[in-house]
Design a protein around this ligand. Structure first.
Ligand SMILES: Nc1nc2c(c(=O)[nH]1)N[C@H]1C(S)=C(S)[C@@H](COP(=O)(O)OP(=O)(O)OC[C@H]3O[C@@H](n4cnc5c(=O)[nH]c(N)nc54)[C@H](O)[C@@H]3O)O[C@H]1N2
Ligand SMILES: Nc1nc2c(c(=O)[nH]1)N[C@H]1C(S)=C(S)[C@@H](COP(=O)(O)OP(=O)(O)OC[C@H]3O[C@@H](n4cnc5c(=O)[nH]c(N)nc54)[C@H](O)[C@@H]3O)O[C@H]1N2
Ligand code: SF4
Ligand SMILES: [Mo]
Length: 722
């Protein structure tokens, strides 16, 4: 437990009788916000923003404030359990940590010996600061199969930026961008990855011009200089249209293009295929607006693109990312102050190094599920989930016998939930580490009680690209909960990996920091460290790509057999690609817009957060609602060719009447049936995960654009949930 007490809050402690205050970093989302945790008698009593933290300057979002409701929730799992009835029977018995880890280790050793390490799939969801230990464990085990959300979230940005310019370009909010495009992102709600909505808002207040690319009117779209209200899933066409204007009107940065770009001529040829009038037909955005946005962005410098996950959950995922980088690059905004920065971490052993990717043999790497099919993903260690479900269900190309999910709830968060369920039902052995018995955990054989961010020492933001690392200091202990890092360190010793791990996890932190000649004890006295910043480093050393240039034409994609130039493909399920289906399913369904209190399937059991959003909500345009006989607040059936679910109607005029927008991640912890109602309102009952509907290089599932129909539940004969 940290003994570190910042001096400026000692007085507050005396007045209110707190025993101590621990400075740490929240991780109720991807994390990063500095917090002060006030303690009394070993219990955390209050969480406040840390005004000295350079990431949040004392601000916190609702989820951060509700951290204590998570840590001390009465339903929280506080000791390991083993299932004693059939899957999803809700029958569990308490076991010791030793018994839990011995059982899991026994299964790992057995499956490895009989079916190969590849038969064991480790899994996590979005970034939770535990990926380094999970990859280390899997790589040392010899399993190339770590199932994450990386195929359709953030992984594409990392993979495509590495092959385009060496690392992920981040908007440089500190140096006053004068123009920002917020593209498929809602940063003030989502605070994703290395970004916080606060910095974006401050930049706007300082007068930055704003262009928003979003089919829905978000708060940012409402105040934008230009709002490009596109048809969902057509981002690649829109970007190509903007590039077309920039190239045709010669608004690009000549020096950058002449000296630092690879593949300019073929790129221009491709861009010429997308004149604004054609793009208008594809995207529904008027050509004048496309031209105006292109000009504003190209002529207002410095400028940045705040990109989001909506562009990645599409069939055009990798090309969308590459096109946005092309916009950043050819307008001369790469690695300039106030543009897009290529930050460096302080010189620690980074996540990739810690993850021991080099320790995985070539023979095992070649067995990565889907590695041949989705080669961009496969080369970055990312797999498409369907490849795992198929390997379980069909035992091809080889059987997967064991799943070990550490911080993921795939029944709610992966496309085609019905198929996910069938795979979880069939898999021989499943372990889960989580805070609660989620619908996914209810399918497991053993569930381990995970520690929240308040209960661990760690080097926070270790995986991000903003250049900071921050000490996350342990403030409390709850029951027998353990961090995933400690748990895997312990498990590793039981499966013969001991020589590559540590006696305790603090030694691992020391090892990460060793290149800085610093230990965890030294580091935790600091507020943060930040890597050195060298603007326009490419001018002296080039870009870290095969050609040393900014690759508009990707030599890596070419090598892997893909089109080296970005293009637009029509979604497989859209009003234009299958007009027959449109008669039956007339609306374009967007899924998963972020809402303040929840994080995917999390927080439905936290009273403050549930008060913000009691029920799942589907946004429907008033004209569409009228046509379908739907009133505000009605329970509505949303149906796709794959199934139907129910959510509550909110009439929302801020989008085209042909679009509806549903929330994701819904289950009902208050429903004490062991399934906790996971099918009822789970939007992923409707999404499609077929290979044909994925990005061909990245394997991203296309969950942002599908076709659906909607009608009031009262008209539904065979569904009665009330
Ligand atoms: N239809 C649709 N589906 C989507 C999306 C969408 O927009 N639309 N978004 C997708 C995206 S971008 C992502 S990244 C995925 C996210 O997918 P997941 O990461 O699988 O989502 P969560 O529901 O947050 O599940 C995380 C689980 O881990 C637990 N947990 C949280 N922190 C920890 C921890 O530190 N340790 C352990 N052991 N457990 C922890 C939580 O209690 C929760 O049950 O969802 C995706 N699913
Ligand atoms: N509160 C909260 N915060 C979160 C999360 C959460 O679940 N809850 N999840 C976290 C995770 S893992 C991620 S990846 C991030 C994602 O964070 P964001 O990238 O901000 O994602 P979203 O809010 O899902 O989508 C952003 C916008 O994309 C729009 N959109 C939908 N379809 C399209 C399209 O086809 N094209 C374009 N251009 N826009 C479209 C939506 O209307 C929405 O306003 O948020 C993170 N932060
Ligand atoms: S934005 Fe994320 S890190 Fe910051 S307070 Fe909210 S949940 Fe915590
Ligand atoms: Mo994500």
């Amino acid at each position: 437990m940290s003994e570190f007490v910042p001096s400026n809050i000692q007085r507050e402690m005396e007045v209110y009788g707190y025993d101590t205050v621990v400075k740490s970093h929240c991780r109720m989302c991807h994390g990063g916000c500095g917090v002060l945790v006030y303690l009394k008698n070993g219990k955390a009593k209050k969480i406040a923003g840390d005004p000295d933290c350079p990431i949040n300057h004392g601000t916190l979002c609702p989820k951060g404030i509700a951290s204590l409701q998570l840590a001390y929730h009465p339903d929280r799992l506080t000791y390991p359990v083993r299932r004693i009835g059939p899957k999803a029977s809700g029958k569990w018995e308490r076991i010791s940590w030793d018994e839990a880890l011995d059982t899991i280790a026994g299964k790992i050793n057995d499956y490895k010996a009989r079916f190969g390490a590849e038969s064991i799939v480790m899994g996590y969801g979005t970034g939770r600061d535990n990926e380094a230990v999970i990859y280390r464990f899997a790589n040392l085990l010899g399993s190339p199969n770590v199932l994450t959300a990386g195929h359709f979230c953030y992984g594409p940005r990392i993979a495509t930026s590495i092959i385009t310019c060496g690392t992920n370009p981040i908007v440089d909010y500190e140096n006053n961008p004068r123009c920002i495009i917020e593209w498929g992102n809602n940063i003030v709600i989502s605070n994703p990855d290395e970004y916080k909505g606060e910095s974006f808002s401050v930049a706007l207040e300082k007068g930055a011009k704003l262009i928003v690319v979003d089919p829905r009117m978000t708060r940012a779209a409402a105040r934008a200089d230009i709002w490009l209200q596109l048809r969902p899933g057509t981002d690649a066409a829109l970007a190509l249209g903007m590039l077309n204007v920039i190239v045709r009107e010669e608004l690009y940065d000549r020096d950058f293009v002449e000296n630092h770009v690879y593949g300019w001529e073929p790129f221009v040829e491709r861009v010429n295929e997308y004149p604004p009038d054609k793009v208008e037909q594809i995207t529904w955005v008027p050509r004048e607006k496309i031209a105006a946005a292109a000009k504003l962005f190209a002529t207002t410098k410095p400028a940045g693109i705040q990109w989001g996950v909506a562009i990645e959950q599409q069939i055009n995922c990798a090309d969308n990312d590459r096109l946005l980088m092309a916009l950043m690059g050819i307008t001369g905004n790469i690695d300039v102050p106030g543009g897009q920065v290529l930050f460096q971490q302080p010189g620690i052993r980074n996540v990739g190094y810690f993850g021991a990717h080099r320790m995985l043999s070539d023979a095992q790497r070649a067995k990565r599920l889907g590695g041949d099919r989705f080669r961009l993903a496969g080369n970055f260690g990312i797999i498409n989930p369907k490849c795992v479900w198929d390997a379980i269900i069909t035992e091809k190309p080889y059987p997967v016998k064991m799943l070990f999910f550490i911080s993921s709830n795939p029944l709610l968060t992966r496309a085609n939930a019905d198929e996910v369920y069938r795979a979880l039902e069939k898999v021989e052995f499943m372990a889960v580490s989580d805070f609660f018995l989620t619908p996914t955990a209810e399918m497991a054989d053993i569930v381990l009680p995970a520690a929240t961010w308040l209960e661990m020492d760690y080097i926070g933001d270790f995986w991000k690209r903003h250049g900071y690392i921050l000490p996350r200091r342990k403030a409390i202990q709850v029951g027998e909960c353990r961090s995933d890092h400690e748990m895997l360190n312990d498990l590793a010793h039981r499966v013969g990996q001991g020589e590559y791990w540590w006696d305790n996890f603090e030694q691992a932190l020391d090892w990460i920091l060793e290149p800085l000649k610093m230990t965890w004890r030294d580091f935790k006295k600091l507020d943060y460290l930040r890597g050195e910043r060298i603007p326009q480093k490419y001018r002296t050393v080039g870009f870290s790509t095969p050609t040393g240039k900014f690759e508009l034409y990707s030599t890596m994609l070419e090598k892997w057999g893909y089109d080296p130039l970005p293009r637009y493909r029509e979604p497989l399920e859209s009003p234009y690609s299958n007009p027959g289906t449109v008669k039956q399913y007339p609306y374009i369904l967007i899924t998963g817009r972020r809402i303040p209190g929840f994080f995917h399937s999390e927080n439905r059991q936290l009273p403050w957060m549930r008060e913000l959003n009691r029920d799942p909500v589907v946004e429907i345009h008033p004209d569409a609602a009228k046509k379908e006989g739907i009133n505000e607040g009605d329970w509505v059936i949303i149906e796709s060719p794959r199934g139907k679910i129910r959510q509550r109607a909110k009439l929302f005029p801020g989008m085209d009447p042909r679009i509806v927008s549903a929330e994701h991640g819904w289950w009902f912890p208050e429903n004490k049936d062991p399934g906790h109602g996971w099918r009822e309102s789970n939007i992923n009952m409707l999404t499609d995960n077929s290979y044909a509907n994925c990005d061909p290089a990245m394997g991203a599932t296309h969950i942002r654009t599908l076709m659906c129909r909607i009608y009031p539940e009262r008209l539904e004969g065979d569904v009665s949930h009330e």
